[in-house]
Design a protein around this ligand. Sequence first.
Ligand code: MSP
Length: 526
Amino acid sequence: MAGEKFYLTTPIYYVNDKPQIGNAYTTFAADTLARFKRFTGSDVLFTTGTDEHGQKAAQAAKERGLSPQVHVDEMAKEWEEIWKSLNISYDDFIRTTQERHKKVVNFLFEKLYKKGDIYKGEYAGWYCTYDETFWLQSQLKEGKCPNPWCQREVLWIKEESYFFKLSRYQEPLLKHLKENPQFVRPEVRYNEVISFIKSGLEDVCVSRKSFEWGIPVPFDQKHTVYVWIDALINYLTLSGYLQDEEKFKKFWPADLHIIGKDILRFHAVIWPAMLMAAEIPLPRCIFAHGFWNVEGEKMSKSKGNVVRPISLVKELSKELGIGEDLTIDVVKYFLLREAPFGLDGNFSKTALFLRFNADLANDLGNLFHRSLPMVKKYCQGKIPQPEGETNSEIKAIILESAQKIGEFMDNLEFSLALSEVWKVVSYINKYIDKSAPWRLAREGKKEELDQIIYNLGEALTKVCLLVSPFMPTFASMAWEQLGIKEDLRRESWERVKEWGFLSPGTQVKPGKPIFPRRTEDRGQKN
Ligand code: MSP
C-alpha cells in the first residue's frame, strides 16, 4: 500500500564460501520484491549481510592460514561486491562483527539472562559445524547430520553451556501461529512448524565454550554466544534497535523475512520465542522458499556442480550475446518464473535457453522490435496524437492484469505475476495482428492508425513498468527505445493503472533486438 513502511530481509550469509545460485535466489527474490514495493510507494528497508562468527567461519579461516578477522573481512567485502555487481538494491548490509550488532546481542543476551530465560547447564550432544546446529542422538540419520541438504559428519560435544528456555514458549508460539495464519508461509511450512512445536519444544543451547570466534557472553566471557542466536538478532540491529529509536519505531516489526526452507525452525520457532522473551513484537511473516537442484542433482562442491552467479552471468552473457547487466535480468527471470516461490526448482542451462528464446526473445523482445519500427514507418517516428476514445478493450485488459499482478506480488507469487505480464505481452502481440496497422496505412485510415499506434506505445510503457522490478536493465533499455526520458521512467504504480501516460510527440528510437534469439550456432561458437 502506498506510503506504508516495508521492512524486508534476506538471511545473512555464511562467509566460509562465496555465493552460489541458491543464495542468489533468496537475494534476487527479495530484491525484486523490494523494487516492487518501492514502485508501489512503500518506504522500504531492504537488508542483507554476512554471518561471520561461529566454528564454520573459524575453520574456513584456519584452512586458509588466516586469522578469523582477516578471513571474514575479505569475505564480507567479496559478498558485498558480488551483490552490488548483481544489481541488488539493498539499503543496508550488516556484518555480525560490527560494533552496532555486538551491542544489541549483548543487551538481549543479558536481558534474557536476568529474566531467567537463559540459564547455565551442561550440553552433551552432537554438533554439525556446517549447519552450525545442535542435534540429539535420536535425531541423527545413520550417525550423520539429519538435515537432508547437509548429511555431513557431526561432532560430539560435552561442555558447560547456557540454555534458552524455549520450552516455556511452546504454548505462546502455538497461540501466535493460530491467531496469525500468515505468520509462516507457504501453508506447507506453516503446518510443518505447527507440528514441530506440538511435538514438544526442548530448551536450546545458546552458547559455546570450546572455541572463541564469536561474541563473548557478556556476563561470562569464557563462553561465546551461539552463532545462530547472534545471527538472528541481526534483524533487530538493522532496524535501528538501541541505536536509532525513530528508525526502530518506524520499521520494526519486520514485515517479511525471506529464507530458504532449510532454516525455517530457527526463524519460525527460536527467533519468535526469543522476541517474546525480550517482549519485542514479532515479525509479520516468514516466507520459506524451496531449494534449487542443478541438472536434477543436489549442488555440492564434491560433485563439482555448484553454480556461482557471477561466473554464470559471465558465461551466459557470452553465449547469449548480450551485456552482463541484461544477463542478470535473464537469470532472475528464469529463477523467478521457472519454479513457484515456495517449491523446489531445477536449474539447467537447457531450460534457461528455452525460456530465453520463447519468453524473452520471441515474446517480449520481439514485441518491442516489431512495434517501434511501425511508429517510424507510419508516424514519422513520433507517437501520434490519438483522436477520439481509446479502444476500451486493450485498456481494460491491461488494467485488469495490472491489478492481478499487484495481488500476486503481495502474495510473493512471482511466477504467477510474470505469467500475467506475459499474458499482456501476448495480448498486445495479438492486438497488432488483429488491428493490422500496415493495412490501415495502405487504406489511408489515418485516424484509426494513429489510435492503434498510440495504444500500442502506451501498452508498451505498461509492459516496461510491469517488468521493471524483475528486469530493471531490460526496462531501461526498452524505455530508451520508447524515447521516454529518465525522469519519466521511475513512475509510480498509479501510472500502471492510468491510461494516457505516453505523451504524443514522443520520438521513439527503435534499435537492435534487446534479446536476440539464441541459435545453436551461437551456443557452439562460444
Ligand atoms: N547464516 C545462515 C542464515 C542466518 S539468517 C539469521 C545461513 N546461511 S547460508 O549462507 O547457508 O544460506 C543462506 C540462504 O541460502 C538460505 O536461505 C538457504 O536456504 C539458501 N540456499 C542455500 N542453498 C540453496 C539452494 N540450493 N536452493 C535455494 N536456496 C538455498 O543459512
